[in-house]
Write a protein that binds this ligand. Sequence first.
Ligand code: ZN
Length: 138
Amino acid sequence: MKQNLSDSEEICTFCRKTFSSTGTEEWTDAYGNSFMIDKPDIKYALADTSLGEICICDECYKSQEFTGFLPADICEIHYQFGLGFLQASEDEQALKALNSALNYGSSTDLFLALTRAHSRLGHHAESKMFQQLASGKS
Ligand SMILES: [Zn+2]
């Protein structure tokens, strides 16, 4: 059965590059639930911003030109890429993206992602600290 194009194709909001699905892969969210998602040929992230839902590719993310976005939007973009890097087991990159997100805002989800990134990198003290922040204890 042929898939609907709008379901299998995304376009980068910034450079208009299109991504195609190369199949599906298993994702695990911050709460440990796993589900299947489309596996794109290029790394990208979707973020809900004040300007609507945007799609941003890896290259545009690296150029970091998020003009016109609110701090909360930039936080979300970094957070979404952090999750993507965690999924790809690029833990150093994930930590960098999540720390960037932390410069623009914070949320329980962000703290949970930071807990995972630090724990994978063997940073036990930091991992514990973010776990406590995530659970609302200080
Ligand atoms: Zn792009």
